[in-house]
Design a protein around this ligand. Structure first.
Ligand code: ADP
Ligand code: MG
Length: 252
């Protein structure tokens, strides 16, 4: 089976520091692939390279059959390579429904009369409502984004990313800053989305990783030290030594 995303020999340097060190990684269609590793291992740098936010110093990125390594963030997003919590800015004074309707509009690339609110336009409102229900925000439709709890706001960001109809969703620590209840909610949500959309998930909550991931890649000093099924990764002595055994090195 050919990969949806195939990154080869990626390098990213910050001055003398090699943050991504000849890294190769692939994500299959439909897969939830987790990226784990200690603080400073280069996970966020890699996500930024894949999303098109950072230019790589070397290496290639193929996505859905095309070389996207030289494309910017918006062009990659249009092809379905979308980073959540980044590309879709939530408008704080707009309601949940309005934010989602605008995200749907951005995807459609169509303009309706500017005198009409996006949320009043059926072609935008109906898919926005469907997404809202899917994400579990249905009861908060008329709530302003700024009034949402932290976890709800992240759900909205995720829904807005989904409005762009991604093929691969890049998620960098979606549970960051959440309490246990909100985290459980987000894990359940990702579990529902799984399969429908491919996911590359950076997460240091091991419970979440092992609940969600089909495959896990372990990053240390910018290089992949192991990649495989969650159970194999959990039992890999090199992984235990490099990462799982030094859990306390990971910041909150
Ligand atoms: P992780 O997400 O795994 O914690 P990062 O990708 O954030 O790791 O960082 C990898 C390494 O690159 C770290 O040593 C970090 O300090 C460094 N780094 C990240 N971004 C920059 C930057 N913009 N400029 C300089 N160094 C950076
Ligand atoms: Mg990071």
């Amino acid at each position: 089976m050919s990969a949806l995303l195939e990154a080869r020999n990626l390098v990213k340097r910050f001055g003398g520091l090699v943050a991504t060190n000849d890294l190769s990684l692939n994500v299959r269609s439909g897969e939830c692939h987790a990226l784990i590793g200690p603080n400073g291992a280069g996970k966020s740098t890699l996500i930024a390279q894949l999303a098109g936010e950072l230019r790589s110093d070397a290496g290639t990125i193929r996505f859905d059959g095309a070389d996207v390594g030289r494309l910017g963030m918006a062009a990659r997003a249009r092809r379905g390579l979308v980073r959540s919590f980044q590309i879709t800015a939530v408008l704080p004074d707009f309601t949940v429904l309005e934010n989602l309707a605008l995200a749907v509009q951005a995807r459609q690339g169509r303009h309706y009369g500017f005198w009409r609110r996006a949320a009043d336009e059926p072609a935008l409102r109906d898919p926005a409502r469907r997404l809202m229900d899917e994400i579990g925000l249905g009861e908060l439709a008329e709530r302003k984004a700024r009034e949402l709890a932290h976890g709800e706001q992240r759900q909205l960001e995720l829904a807005m990313a989904l409005a762009t109809e991604p093929k691969l969703l890049l998620l960098d620590e979606p549970m960051a800053g959440m309490g246990p209840e909100e985290s459980r909610h987000m894990i359940a949500l990702l579990q529902r989305l799984k399969g429908g959309v491919s996911i590359l998930l950076v997460e240091h909550d091991m419970e979440a990783v092992f609940a969600l991931a089909d495959r896990v890649t372990v990053l240390v000093y910018g290089g992949a030290v192991a990649s495989g099924a969650p159970d194999a990764i959990r039992a890999d002595p090199a992984v235990i030594e490099a990462y799982l055994g030094t859990d306390e090195a990971e910041g909150a």
